[in-house]
Design a protein around this ligand. Structure first.
Ligand code: URA
Length: 446
């Protein structure tokens, strides 16, 4: 087999066989195929796309490039939630203990903040002492005891994705539905879940800005994941405005605790319940989404999810007493209240601009090696649709230092739009794309 023939075939719109995809991916991982040829192949895939069965093959090949975790000896079901990332998205911290409380185990391997989007690991590490580098044995113990554990991704999981993603990043080939599908699914399947719930976000703060793109990704995740034997639900959710009222590492831990105590913001609760209810159906804990919703609401009221969250904090080295004492007062001293410029309705708070301001403030990072601040962030006192009088505080910014505060403020100011007319309410979870469909290996419904 010659690499150039595979590149030519894809460049001309052909459909690659599994052996051809394996040849190129494995050759890249073992160093026998140079970057320039893999880059050309990625660009050909970017322009010509992949048929569903090619995406299934690519996912399988990538999956087999590393270790697959299994939870033998621990009763299931094991269901993970994956979000395509956003601003103020602390749903993982809410949904993991919530699902654990209804008997679904959640093996959660998460990422860090990058660019304008936040990362679950950075949020958790804002809790004093909390460790996100668990050994496999520690991860399994957490799953067995509390029903969930939260850690970073092991280096042995899908090494092909680490290499390919880095190459895509510098060859302008990230935004390809088949490549994204294979990247996400290979990692999630390798992490040992039986079923997966995806939160595919659209809007300014999302990876996919257009709803149509998000919908295409959602369908692809369902089709390919189901062809690989997994039960999948995918929700499309709004990420045009930050989720909840808190954007920032410790601020979001606080808000997640509010949610677990029944005092969470409406949008965070709606998205959390919708994802959790779908997971209940996938895991056989409910016969329909409505029943799943009831189950999750009752579970939250029982207080068990909060107890499990705090038990997880303790298990992973966090100081529960300090966490609770720090609530409401662990803030940076570099603080600024952004006041409303007019008496009007807030018609938009642009998630992308708030997320980018967060990078300056110290919530996120531009480069992987940047250090984030636990005490930086933005508290939104008003959201889309709220009335504000001139001079009222719309948001409070907390920065890692004075300089970064100045840089963030113009972005935060720009993020807010005002209008005379109250905007219609956002429908946070307006698209359950598909659930548990059975598809054959070519992606057709059967
Ligand atoms: N997230 C991933 O894990 N992979 C992609 O390709 C894009 C987003």
């Amino acid at each position: 087999m010659r690499v150039v023939d595979i590149i030519t075939k894809k460049r001309d719109g052909g459909t690659l066989a599994k052996e051809e995809i394996a040849f190129i991916v494995n050759g890249y991982v073992d160093g026998s195929i140079p970057e320039y040829q893999v880059s050309a192949w990625l660009m050909a895939v970017f322009f010509k796309g992949m048929a569903p069965e090619e995406t299934v093959f690519l996912t399988e090949v990538m999956l087999n490039s590393g270790t697959r975790i299994n939870f033998d000896g621990i009763p299931g079901p094991f269901i993970d939630k994956h979000s395509t990332g956003g601003v103020g998205d602390k749903i993982s911290l809410v949904i993991a203990p919530l699902l654990a409380s209804v008997g679904i185990r959640v093996p959660m391997m998460s990422g860090r903040a990058l660019g304008h989007t936040g990362g679950t690991l950075d949020k958790l590490e804002a809790i004093p002492g909390y460790r996100t580098n668990l050994s496999l044995a520690e991860f399994r113990r957490g799953l067995a005891e509390e029903g969930f554990a939260m850690t970073g991704q092991s280096k042995d999981i899908v090494p092909a994705d680490r290499l390919l993603y880095a190459l895509r990043d510098v060859t302008a080939t990230v935004e390809s539905i088949p490549l994204i599908t294979a990247s996400i699914l290979s990692k999630k399947i390798a992490e040992g879940a039986d079923a997966l719930v995806f939160d595919v976000k659209y809007g300014s703060g999302a990876f996919m800005k257009e709803k149509s793109q998000a919908s295409a990704l959602a369908h692809s995740l369902v089709n390919v994941g189901t062809a690989l034997g997994k039960r999948i639900s995918t929700l499309l959710t709004d990420m045009d405005e930050p989720l909840g009222n808190a954007v920032g590492n410790f601020l979001e831990v606080e808000e997640a605790l509010d949610c677990l105590e029944g005092n969470g913001p409406a949008d965070v609760m709606e998205v959390s319940f919708a994802l959790a209810a779908n997971a209940c159906v996938l895991g056989g804990k409910a016969s329909c989404v409505e029943e799943g919703l009831e189950l999750c609401k009752r579970a939250l009221e029982s207080g068990l999810p909060r107890e499990l969250f705090l038990a997880n904090v303790e298990r992973q080295g966090g100081d529960v007493k300090r966490l609770l004492e720090m609530r409401g007062n662990y803030r940076s001293q570099y603080v600024y209240d952004l006041k409303a410029e007019q008496s009007a309705y807030i018609t938009r708070i642009d998630a992308y601009k708030v997320g980018l301001a967060g990078v300056y403030l110290g919530v996120g990072r531009n480069r992987v090696e940047d250090v984030v601040s636990p005490v930086a962030g933005v508290l939104l006192h008003k959201k889309r649709g709220d009335w504000t009088n001139v001079g009222e505080t719309v948001m409070t910014a907390y920065a890692k230092d004075d300089n970064s505060l100045r840089e963030a403020l113009s972005l935060l100011k720009d993020a807010v739009s005002y209008g005379e007319t109250k905007p219609s309410n956002s429908d946070w979870t307006n698209g359950l794309i598909a659930s548990q469909r059975r598809l054959d290996r070519t992606g057709r419904s059967s």
